[in-house]
Design a protein around this ligand. Sequence first.
Ligand code: KG4
Ligand code: ZN
Length: 336
Amino acid sequence: QKDINILAIETSCDETAAAVVRNGREVRSNIISSQIELHKLYGGVVPEIASRKHIEKINQVIEEALSVAKITLEEIDAIGVTYGPGLVGALLVGVAEAKAISFATKKPLIGVHHIEGHVSANYIEHKQLKPPFLCLIVSGGHTHLVLVKDYGEYEIIGKTRDDAAGEAFDKVARAIGLGYPGGPKIDKLSKEGRSDAISFPRAHIEGSPYDFSFSGLKSAVLNYINSMEMKNEEINKADLAASFQEAVIDVLVTRTIMAANDYGMKQVAIAGGVAANSALKKVFSTACKEKGLEFYYPSPILCTDNAAMIGAAAYYEYIRGKRSGYDLNAIPNLKI
Ligand code: KG4
Ligand code: ZN
């Protein structure tokens, strides 16, 4: 059987990324040009700046991905690109680029859902992992509990009603002056704090056992900070970070394990930027062991946005026969 090499492009948020992936599981190159330093100055991603940086970087990132993989455009079998969800101006850069390459090389074009990409990061990391499994996607923009029934076949069984998990990390980090992105900073600081120091709420949504809500938790943290400031008392940031983090992890793990049990899933995977959180992995790992479930997570570089995961997803769409037309457009609120 002939190898299938996919050139993948990802520009949905603030990373300009390109990768070459062989047969959906083997990363030949994975180039990421991060804009974090740029957006840090504003405390979050500024959409117009993101688009402008993508257009500036995209060609050199692709050139590097091809060169590291020692492959030419002519040898590529297909081009995979994220077309949603994400920032529309950012997505358009990747989509236009992928269409141009597809047009020039006459290689097939495959539009990929960003969340499907995050899920597929697990295929790269764990060569033996096959559907069906339950996947929790936790990132700056998403908190989804997804049944992966087969390659390319998904059912969303739960999602956040308000803030995404990563968004909550970023907002809380900002409130205690840790800077952007907040997730990794809270992760690190929590190691020096006590997670039982402050009691924060765990939201349950009536009638939707697998849904999440983090806005109440975020408000509780902000209220706590305000009340401490009113009383002129010093805030122990490490305790606050650890207690907040534990509240997030508690609901993520409990609901995922419950869903795995209810749907008879034996394998549980996590994905997305927050899946890089060290405490989350630890708690998940223990809980899954207790319940006799297999637990999978990607290494940190495959958790946060990258194009290798898009290449993995594109491969499975490619062998399923999916092809996108030249009318492929960016869809900022694309449904899975
Ligand atoms: O997947 P990603 O790169 O972008 C989106 O698709 O949103 O996720 C970025 C998010 C940010 O909110 C960031 O704070 C969070 O992932 N994050 C973490 C950690 N590393 C990144 N959150 C908690 N702990 C971490 N170690
Ligand atoms: Zn993402």
